[in-house]
Design a protein around this ligand. Structure first.
Ligand code: HEM
Ligand code: NAG
Length: 136
């Protein structure tokens, strides 16, 4: 009789590999508070993340748009939702990272449509790596 693989054994190499893969995915889809997200603005070679509609996207692949000195640098590490809704990258559309997350409940209908289109754009182009949650 040949030995059967013991699928119940958690220490088998296959199961250890699966646990690592699952753990990696869970860690990658992490929660970011506004303060945590602010770290990821591309300065000092860090990745560049931004939030749209509560989801965090990795835009590190486009430092020419989002890196330091770029046109949309002020969205980096921040919740870009209001700016995208209002078609503005003025600092005034950004919520201070110490404040509660922008509820976006006072946007005009066309601003909400614009934001929804931008959300589709980011979902299609970039990897969603997590979600925005309130500061602790
Ligand atoms: C002076 C006015 C503006 C000009 C000339 C301009 C120009 C451009 C250009 C050339 C692109 C690249 C398109 C491509 O190659 O895929 C782009 C993308 C983009 N623009 Fe603007 N833009 C302007 C205003 C704005 C404003 C006000 C916003 C703020 C909401 C904005 C947000 C974006 C975003 C988020 C992208 C996508 C970048 C990406 O692919 O990730 N733009 N813009
Ligand atoms: C980003 O914000 C700063 C102020 O916080 C401002 O001086 C700068 O012009 C902004 N950059 C762009 C590209 O709008």
């Amino acid at each position: 009789m040949t030995d059967k693989m013991d699928l119940g054994n958690l220490t088998s190499p296959l199961n250890l590999a699966l646990i690592l893969v699952i753990g990696y995915v869970v860690i990658e889809l992490r929660d970011f508070t506004p303060k945590e997200l602010a770290e990821f603005n591309g300065i000092d070679g860090k990745p560049i993340y931004l939030a749209v509609c509560g989801k965090v996207f990795d835009v590190s692949s486009k430092p020419d748009f989002y890196g330091p000195g770029s046109m949309y640098e002020n969205f980096s590490g921040r919740d870009a939702s209001r700016g995208l809704a209002k078609n503005s990258f003025d600092p005034s559309v950004l919520t201070d990272v110490d404040l509660p997350i922008d509820k976006l409940d006072n946007l005009a209908a066309e601003e909400k449509n614009s934001l929804e289109e931008w959300f589709q754009f980011f979902s299609g182009k970039y990897t969603c790596i997590g979600q925005l949650v309130e500061n602790k």
